[in-house]
Design a protein around this ligand. Structure first.
Ligand SMILES: O=c1ccn([C@H]2C[C@H](O)[C@@H](CO)O2)c(=O)[nH]1
Ligand SMILES: [Zn+2]
Length: 136
C-alpha cells in the first residue's frame, strides 16, 4: 500500500531530516516529524555519540524543535527509518511522546520502502503513566 496521501508532507519532512541524522555508530538513520497544535511541522533526527548511552533518538529531537518553535502538543507524529520494517518508537520515546500527546494521537511508522503502520499512542503505551498523575 502506498503512503496515506494526507500524510505525504509529514513523511517528506521525516525523510528530509532523516538524511541529516548523525548515526555513525549504528548507521541506523531515523527521522521524526510532528504535526503540532499550531499547525506547523517540526522535525528531528537521531544524534549518536561516541559515549553510546548519551546518544538520543529522533523523537526527542523533534519534540525539542516543537517546543523551541512554539508548538505545545503533538497532533500526529511520523517516524521513518531505513529498510522496509516500520520503525516504531522505542519505549523511552513512547513515554516522551506521552508527555505531549493525547492517547488517541496516531503514531505512523514505516521504513522508506514499507507499508505504513498506524497505531495510537494508547496502543503503543497501554496503562501508561502521564502528566495527569501529577495534576498536570
Ligand atoms: O524510534 C527510534 C528507534 C531508534 N532510534 C535510533 C536510536 C539509535 O541512534 C539508532 C539505533 O537504535 O536508532 C530512533 O531515533 N528512534
Ligand atoms: Zn527512542
Amino acid at each position: 500500500m502506498p503512503l496515506l496521501p494526507t500524510d505525504q508532507t509529514l513523511f517528506d519532512a521525516a525523510e528530509a531530516v532523516r538524511a541529516k541524522a548523525y548515526a555513525p555508530y549504528s548507521n541506523f538513520h531515523v527521522g521524526a516529524a510532528i504535526l503540532a497544535d499550531d499547525g506547523k511541522i517540526y522535525a528531528g533526527c537521531n544524534v549518536e555519540n561516541a559515549a553510546y548511552p548519551v546518544g538520543n533518538c529522533a523523537e526527542p529531537s523533534a519534540i525539542a524543535a516543537m517546543l523551541a518553535g512554539g508548538g505545545k502538543r503533538i497532533k500526529r507524529i511520523y517516524v521513518t527509518g531505513p529498510g522496509t520494517t516500520p520503525v516504531t518508537p522505542c519505549g523511552g520515546c513512547r513515554q516522551r511522546i506521552r508527555e505531549f500527546a493525547d492517547l488517541d494521537v496516531e503514531v505512523i511508522s514505516h521504513g522508506v520502502d514499507g507499508t505504513p503502520l498506524v497505531m495510537t499512542l494508547g496502543d503503543l503505551l497501554p496503562h501508561s503513566f502521564g502528566p495527569e498523575f501529577l495534576g498536570k
